[in-house]
Design a protein around this ligand. Sequence first.
Ligand code: HEC
Length: 115
Amino acid sequence: MLLSGISGCKSRGPAPPDAFLSSLAARDAGARLYAAHCAVCHGADGSGNGPRQNFMVPPPGNLTVRPWSRLRDAGRTYAVIRAGVSGTVMTGWPALSARQTWELVAYIESLDHGA
Ligand code: HEC
C-alpha cells in the first residue's frame, strides 16, 4: 500500500514515495490542514502575510519561494514542521500524524512560485 512506509513515529520519518507528494488527494488534505493551523501566520497563500505577521520577529517565512516550497529533500521540510524553528514563534507540530505532516509537505511543495 502506498502509505505503509510513512506511519512510523520517528522525528523525521522515511521520505514518502514521490507519488504521494504529487498526489492531488494529499495536497488537498494538506491544504485543509494548512488553512486550519498555518495560514494565520504564513498567510492564506503561503506568502508569509498572515494576520499575525506584524507581531513576529522574525516574521513567518514565505513558503512560496525556494528553498522551502520545493526542497530537494522533502524530509527537511517535514523535520521543520515536526520540530519547529528554534528562536522563533514557529513551534513544532508533533501532534500531527506522520501522514498529516507529509500532506502539509505535499501542499507546500505545490505552492512553488519559483526563486
Ligand atoms: C505562530 C505563527 C506560526 C504558525 C501557526 C506556523 N508557523 Fe511556520 N513559521 C513561523 C515563523 C515565525 C517561522 C520562522 C521564519 C524564519 O525563520 O524565517 C516559520 C517557519 C516555517 C518554515 C520554515 C520556512 C522559513 O522560511 O523559515 C516552515 C516550512 C513552516 N514554518 C511551516 C509551517 C506549517 C506547515 C505550519 C502549520 C502546521 C506552520 N508553519 C505554522 C510562524 C508560524
